[in-house]
Design a protein around this ligand. Structure first.
Ligand code: HEC
Ligand code: HEC
Ligand code: HEC
Ligand code: HEC
Length: 165
């Protein structure tokens, strides 16, 4: 009996421990990404995002909706994550880089970012359709349907191919 509850306690600790480390990375906000991702020669991802509906998603909400958990869970990255993990990210940023690419506190340094494998090991997500479907689904009161190829084209922000010297 005791052995059994001890084993269960160990298992729960193990689960809890994993849960905590997986959640460790913090949300630093789009301005931090801007430092390195806003040059026209490398794709100006920040500018493209800041002109997109995602960056303005909080503007779609009125009055009390701006603090309603039922709305901000999809209209703002900051509205859907553990508040203890907010390290620079604000509600006003709406659906920011980190909703799709994962919290940036551990992958943001240049040496890690340059190495795709290391960046992924430190929390970077290369998003696919599944990431979009977290919000683009019929739980949204204004759902208009979702076609990945079509919707992706509207938010595309590629790194242009490097020019030959
Ligand atoms: C200190 C500079 C720096 C910061 C800050 C930074 N990045 Fe990067 N990032 C880079 C560099 C350099 C690359 C590699 C570019 C290349 O491969 O040409 C990169 C690559 C990427 C890639 C492409 C990975 C791949 O290989 O497909 C993504 C996605 C990305 N960054 C997202 C972000 C996000 C989101 C943030 C903010 C949370 C961020 N970055 C902050 C420098 C930075
Ligand atoms: C499950 C995620 C989700 C939830 C929850 C959600 N929204 Fe949205 N909302 C979206 C998405 C995604 C769109 C973009 C419309 C589309 O393309 O389907 C959107 C669009 C909108 C728009 C713009 C509509 C238009 O015609 O362009 C308004 C206004 C809006 N939502 C208000 C709200 C309010 C108010 C709440 C809370 C009661 C809410 N949303 C909850 C995901 C969500
Ligand atoms: C709505 C989701 C979403 C948001 C918000 C978003 N991205 Fe992305 N990002 C993507 C997707 C999807 C890709 C393409 C992944 C692939 O290679 O298939 C991508 C690719 C990238 C790439 C690599 C491009 C390439 O050609 O390899 C960089 C760099 C990047 N994003 C940076 C950013 C930065 C910086 C921000 C915020 C300013 C941002 N992204 C916001 C979804 C998003
Ligand atoms: C965290 C939630 C969230 C995620 C993840 C997300 N979106 Fe959105 N998206 C929204 C909301 C909210 C809106 C509506 C913003 C508004 O109208 O103010 C929206 C709007 C859009 C629009 C504009 C639609 C229109 O009516 O013009 C496109 C395109 C889009 N999203 C593509 C994508 C793609 C592609 C992905 C995945 C790579 C993605 N989104 C991931 C929440 C999200």
């Amino acid at each position: 009996m005791y052995v059994k509850s001890f084993l269960i306690a160990c298992f729960l600790l193990f689960l809890g421990g994993n849960y905590l480390t997986a959640q460790d990375h913090e949300y630093i906000g789009a301005k931090k990404c801007k430092m390195c991702h806003n040059k026209p020669t490398t794709g100006a991802q920040y500018k493209i995002w800041s002109e997109s509906k995602h960056a303005k998603a909080m503007d779609a909400l009125k009055g009390d909706e701006k603090t309603d958990p039922k709305c901000i869970k999809c209209h703002a990255t900051a509205g859907s994550v553990d508040p203890d993990l907010l390290a620079g990210l604000t509600m006003e940023e709406g659906v920011s880089c980190e909703s799709c690419h994962g919290p940036g506190s551990a992958y943001k340094s240049n040496t890690i970012m340059k190495d795709k494998k290391k960046a992924i090991a430190n929390g970077l997500i290369i998003p696919d359709e599944k990431v979009c479907l977290k919000c683009h689904n019929d739980e949204s009161p204004n759902f208009k349907g979702f076609n990945y190829d079509e919707y992706f084209k509207k938010i595309a922000h590629p790194i242009p191919p490097k020019e030959e010297e």
